[in-house]
Design a binder for this molecule. Structure first.
Ligand code: AP5
Ligand code: MG
Length: 218
């Protein structure tokens, strides 16, 4: 049975960083709902403007929009042998919809929680820079590029996300605590949750995570 790997964690926990590595290793596509919504927010339409406002406020986008996004993206051919969800589900309603989708698609789900101390998150988020072309993720404190402001992989400029300001980060952390953190208990109960210590260096987090996912798949 093909797999859905779900990355869960606070803003800045390293979901995107680890999902990219998993995608390279297993060949599953990484589906980042944040990346998809940021892309949609760039269009000069009513929906684009609405999304732009929600993203820069740090609040969650509506479940209806997310349901459409997930349904469309996961039905593409590249998802046929499995996929990685980075940023979905984010509340109980989305979690229930995902369970239905997994049944429809005949897939099993592994939930991977990346745990990071709250104290580290602010520096991770305010220090983050992302490649505008390939999406590679850097950090001015923890993972600087060789040349300031330039991607090591493809030489494109790096950018800072508009929701990575100290003020919006606080709102995002509140949204995480209120809506997403309760999912951890929900998944813990049925034994499908694996927990990875996320305060280690990126490569060590990845190694531990792969061991746990392989283990849970056997
Ligand atoms: P989204 O883009 O998903 O943001 P998020 O959940 O806040 O998570 P981040 O992307 O900020 O963090 P991450 O865990 O991916 O960390 P990263 O690997 O980049 O969502 C944005 C918005 O979209 C939401 O606020 C909401 O409005 C909307 N949205 C998205 N999905 C939604 C949904 N399902 N429902 C409703 N609304 C939705 O790492 C962070 C930094 O730390 C980087 O600089 C990285 O280099 C560094 N780092 C990573 N790992 C390490 C390490 N081990 N050691 C040191 N530094 C590290
Ligand atoms: Mg991310």
């Amino acid at each position: 049975m093909s797999k859905i790997i779900v990355m869960i964690g606070a803003p800045g926990a390293g979901k995107g960083t680890q999902a990219r590595l998993l995608s390279e290793k297993y060949g599953y596509p990484q589906i980042s709902t944040g990346d998809i919504l940021r892309e949609m927010a760039q269009s000069d339409t009513e929906l684009g403007r609405e999304l732009k406002g929600i993203l820069s406020s740090g609040n969650l986008v509506s479940d209806d929009i997310l349901a459409e996004v997930i349904k469309e993206r996961t039905s593409r051919d590249d998802c046929s042998s499995g996929y990685i969800l980075d940023g979905y589900p984010r509340n109980l309603n989305q979690a229930r919809l995902l369970e239905d989708l997994a049944v429809q698609q005949d897939r099993s789900i592994v939930f991977v929680r990346v745990i990071v101390h709250m104290d580290s998150l602010l520096r991770r988020l305010t220090g983050r820079r992302t490649c505008t072309r390939c999406g590679e993720i850097y950090n001015v404190y923890f993972r600087p590029p060789q040349k300031e402001g330039i991607c090591d992989v493809d030489g494109a400029p790096l950018a800072q996300r508009s929701d990575d300001t100290a003020e919006t980060v606080i709102r995002r952390l509140e949204a995480y605590k209120a809506s997403t953190a309760p999912l951890v208990d929900y998944y813990n109960q049925d034994g499908r949750l694996v927990e990875v210590p996320g305060d280690l260096p990126v490569e060590q987090v990845f190694e531990k995570m792969c061991g746990l996912i392989d283990f849970s798949a056997s």
